[in-house]
Design a protein around this ligand. Structure first.
Ligand SMILES: *Cc1c(COP(=O)(O)O)cnc(C)c1O
Length: 392
């Protein structure tokens, strides 16, 4: 069987649409990972990543693995057996952090917030007062399972007041919303390529502060994972001529990331953040015209991950299926506590455009109409465009 993938419109929780420039870059000639040309590219990727993360951190590199491996890298490198870590859990990814911490032999202290909300900062302060000698605070900046934004800056401040390192999951936030690694004092930040960077999945940019490197270099126990041990990876990505073989870097995948980062740089970070916000505002205006509501309160709502409440009596899976089969549009289902109750619409990277917003609104309207959902016809797209025009 010859597999020829369809041309989908990707509006789920990732991957997002990949620009033809990036797809073309992937097919450039494969060269050796120790080739001087490849090494030059690595240096450029590091520079472009520092821009995307807004950091001067020397250790800013793409890991040759998906975002989940970068999460694991943060925990296995920064935590040792017996270390206490405060983890905020308000969705799927906070729970995965706990599982990682346990596998490191660390002691996770969980702070829960209901799905669709963010943690109360006083709860975090209290936890640091109750538990002494906490080594790290970990949280998800953009919770893709719920569409909630965490106050990364305020959380980092609390952690530093108590001498704890900050682990921030920025898989869905990088490129989509403000993320200021140095200004906010985040120590270990990891991301993924397939969300707001709009490169194919499989790579995970990370950036690590000098404070965190110090901890990694002075561990009492060696890192339990050989592949993710940053002490070894640093020797591979180092530009000072001392590069030693660690693994074979995914050369072509890195061409794709390189191109995607160049596109982000050409557009400008602030412009990219504003584009995500404008598309989100337009989408919400259109959804409201269809009588649909958002799960998350506006002040903590992510523009790039829109969690829409499924109206009473509507089978959410039927709508999602019809969007895919009849309109080629992929959106996401609710996870865990939100299964069956919400749709998750991604406006990430190249999928954050007025065209995507219009397509989703008109197609969703048609799908809802087919299942006798009562809403005005032909108004949602205009409502969205009236917002987009204001922003011109
Ligand atoms: C997608 C995602 C991950 C995992 O990334 P993979 O590339 O799928 O391994 C981790 N954290 C968050 C917040 C995500 O959205």
């Amino acid at each position: 069987m010859t597999i020829f993938p369809p041309q989908r419109i990707l509006m789920g929780p990732g991957p997002s649409d990949v620009h033809p420039r990036v797809l073309n870059a992937l097919s450039r000639p494969t060269i050796g990972h120790l080739d001087p040309v490849f090494q030059d590219m690595m240096e450029e990727i590091k520079t472009l990543l520092r821009y995307a993360f807004q950091t001067k951190n020397a250790l800013t590199i793409p890991l040759s693995a998906p975002g989940s491996a970068a999460m694991e890298a943060a925990f296995v490198n920064l935590l040792e057996p017996g270390d206490k870590v405060i983890i905020i859990r308000n969705g799927v990814f906070g729970e995965r952090m706990r599982e990682n911490a346990i596998r490191c032999g660390a002691e996770p202290i969980m702070l829960d917030a209901a799905w669709g909300t963010s943690v109360d900062l006083r709860q975090v302060e209290d936890a640091f007062h109750t538990h002494k000698d906490v080594k790290a605070l970990a949280f998800v900046h953009a919770e893709t399972s719920t569409g909630v934004r965490s106050d990364a800056e305020a959380l980092a401040k609390i952690a530093h007041d108590h001498d704890a390192l900050v682990i921030a999951d920025a898989v869905t936030s990088l490129g989509g919303i403000a993320l200021e690694v140095d200004e906010w004092g985040l120590d270990f930040v990891y991301s993924g390529t397939q969300k707001c960077l709009s490169a194919p999945p499989g790579l995970a940019p990370i950036t690590v502060s000098a404070r965190a490197i110090d901890k990694i270099k002075n561990r009492k126990h060696s890192v339990q994972s050989w592949f993710l041990d940053l002490n070894l990876i640093m020797g591979y990505w180092d530009g000072d001529g001392g590069r030693s073989y660690h693994h074979t870097a995914p050369v072509n995948a890195l061409y794709g990331l390189w191109e995607a980062l160049k596109m982000l740089h050409e557009e400008g970070l602030e412009t990219s953040w504003a584009r995500h916000q404008a598309c989100h505002d337009a989408l919400v205006a259109g959804l409201n015209r269809l009588g649909l509501e958002m799960l998350v309160e506006k002040p903590i709502r992510l523009p790039q991950l829109n969690t829409i409440k499924v109206p009473e009596g509507i089978d959410e899976a039927v709508i999602r299926q019809t969007l895919l089969t009849d309109f080629n549009i992929e959106i996401g289902a609710g996870l865990g506590a939100l299964a069956g109750k919400v749709w998750r619409v991604g406006l990430m990277g190249q999928s954050a455009t007025p065209r995507h917003v219009s397509l989703l609104l008109s197609s969703l309207e048609e799908c809802l109409n087919r299942v006798q959902y009562d809403c005005p016809r032909g108004e949602a797209v205009s409502a969205a465009w009236s917002i987009l025009k204001q922003g011109d």
